[in-house]
Design a protein around this ligand. Sequence first.
Ligand code: AHR
Length: 321
Amino acid sequence: MKKIVSLIALACAASSLMVACGDSNGEKKISVGFSQIGAESDWRKASTESIQTEAAKRGIDLQFADAQQKQENQIKAIRSFIAKGVDVISFSPVVSSGFEDVLKEAKAAGIPVILFDRGVDVSEDGLFKCFIGSDFVEEGRRAANWIVQNVGEEAGIAELVGTVGSAPATERAKGFREVIEKHPGLKIIKSQSGDFTRSQGKEVMEQFLKSPEKDQIKVLFAHNDDMALGAIQAIEEAGKKPGKDIIIVSIDGVREMFKSILAGKSNCTVECNPLIGGALFDVVEKYMKEGEKAIPTRIVSEEGVFDSKNITQAVIDGRKY
Ligand code: AHR
């Protein structure tokens, strides 16, 4: 029986006709293997919920694997999706490099890959069909522009960096520097990774606040809200007022950060939209019906910037994540 199932899976994967395999009731369900990074932040939890809810709504057979922050788990999951012969593979890469081999394996098996949320560095074209997600460089620029416009030309900046080697960490840092470097009085005086988690954001901020440069820190730029929320705790424990003694700018736009801004403990969050499960399955369904040529190679999320000027209780109540 097992052999028959894998033969069917192989036949489906190899088929040039883009038809989904039927389930035991004879219904045609599209199967998608998705490798998620983990649950490092509120943003990530919202991302997972968006994927799972959208798949269920559309009757898609979603095979979801949580990589628990490890690239090796993502590679294993992708290999198992290839072996099962899913219709489409999608994943949010924990880091940008090191996926080339497994992407070549997916290509050789005839299974299209859609990158979700984060990009990868590959030297060959055609290893993925579409990339759906934010423009992280632009997010970094937006954070820096807010500082230029609201803090001014002179400030020492501490930076809490995301996961080392991940696209959002590399690209947000790049966009941020692009703007800051045009203002010589704005100086990045501390920069360290907090791995996108609240606990490490707090730990690293504690170290910053004990460092010889501690009194020069006027602004904190955190690559995500969770690290900023951890840092707020550290700042309060050090007897300072977050949002006043140290101006805080972060990225994501999660509800808890909105509350923090309304309470005056933080100042700005640049939106990064995790609710893109619908966009993913729109592309999957279009691909299954009309083929590769019908789908775009890049879909960029539309996002805003939030601070005390546009966050109200009504905005918080309507926030979905
Ligand atoms: O890739 C998106 C980033 O990853 C979000 O900013 C962060 O919160 C998440 O963990």
